[in-house]
Design a protein around this ligand. Sequence first.
Ligand code: NAD
Length: 488
Amino acid sequence: MISEAELLAAVPNQLFIGGRWVESSSGRRLDVHDPATGAVIKSIADANEADASRAMDAAANAQAEWGRTAPRSRSDLLRSAFDLLHERAEEFALLMTLEMGKPLDASRGEVVYGGEFLRWFSEEAVRVAGRYGSNQEGTGRMLVTQLPVGPCYLITPWNFPLAMATRKVAPALAAGCTVILKPAALTPLTTLYFAKLLGEVGLPVGVLNVLTTSASADVSAPIIADPRLRKLSFTGSTAVGRQLLAQAAPSVLRTSMELGGNAPFLVFEDADLDRAVDAAMIAKFRNIGQACTAANRFIVHESVAEQFAQRVTEKVQAFRVGRGTEAGVDIGPLINEDAVLKVESLVDDAVARGASVLTGGARIAGAGTFYEPTVVTEVAAGSDILATEIFGPVLSISTFSDEADAVAKANDTDFGLVSYAFTQDLARAQRLVESLQTGMLGLNVGVVSNAAAPFGGVKQSGLGREGGLEGIREYLDTKYVLTPNPFA
Ligand code: NAD
């Protein structure tokens, strides 16, 4: 097995532009930290506007040829990337744990999940269909075809360093689009290592370009304003998504937005409580609570709330906290100091408004940015924790009295990414499918993500879908052609 030092040395430390690893014209370096220790693990190039312009040139120059490659070639390339990723699964897993903090097993899970987008879209690349037929009047023949949108700018967050990249890059490449990929400054190493892998499997020059930068807004603005850019796909916070939508408006750029969530987790009085408790652990604590799909508000029927709280508390007390590289660790550090301060303030506010802490409730002293796995119950309406994405290992419980109350509380948010509901009543489940304002629903399950599924939200959780049959359409334009009836 590769050592941490060998792995970090193998990760490129420059920008990837036009098929070459190059220094930034800024001359600046960007330090990447291990959140479990606070130590700098690598310094990499820190791109500026001039680099953005070089990346835009490279993506634009490569577009025409890449868009005309045989779909089977694009498919084979993505499939080779999938295979090589799996050969290097342990390396990618360790790298994610080092720069992001999640336990090694969770990183391994992300390699599997993230890799599936390469395999899924290698299969979709050769299935982009069109149609041919008569118009209604019979006077003409209608041809509908789908063509690559063109150069895309892809911006990803830090919480799933591999999967958020593959979920965009794979469909874009499958569709025949060239891309500029900008990872989060906190976790850029996985993206650089992934770009290296794509180079090794033969991705042509300029098809993928990577900009790592501490100046995201400065680097992104000229790319978004460039008339050669045809598509912006962003995963991150709703606040930044709103700004990017405004920047995309002048050129009416096509956009996909995977934004924040505030997932309700409803437990009805008829739920299978064993199942609900197990699912709660995954829905809440996967990725140390730092997932857009993390259950944010546990809303439990008042008749089972106490029992549910007690049972989840027992499980949370058994969690082992530590550096993600250590065996048996369930909960790693939060990404940085700001994340700890945010979680602290949300828990403090809930307690000030009457909530009880059943376990945890404080940061962990010492190196790294750790917060105790926590359960708070009797959270009062109006508490900040109900309106804000916690993004940490805090399970917050409030109650409802009947189904109408549950649905009203679940929908009482500007977000609508995912919801979870636990009930054994089929008619109720069917009502929930229709009445919950959500892009995705986990019905008696605690994880919904899957490469074959359309991932995305309603309301302020975003626009568009990633994965599934829908995922590749985000990177295709529909063109319709009319010809005369050849027999007329
Ligand atoms: P963020 O919005 O701070 O950053 C996301 C990305 O945008 C990063 O690459 C960042 O460098 C970049 N960025 C920040 N400001 C920018 C600007 N002005 N112009 C251009 N780029 C800019 O979000 P984050 O803290 O990295 O990620 C957490 C958020 O992402 C949470 O809200 C979470 O719910 C959301 N998220 C959503 C999904 C989804 O699929 N819906 C998936 C994962 C994370």
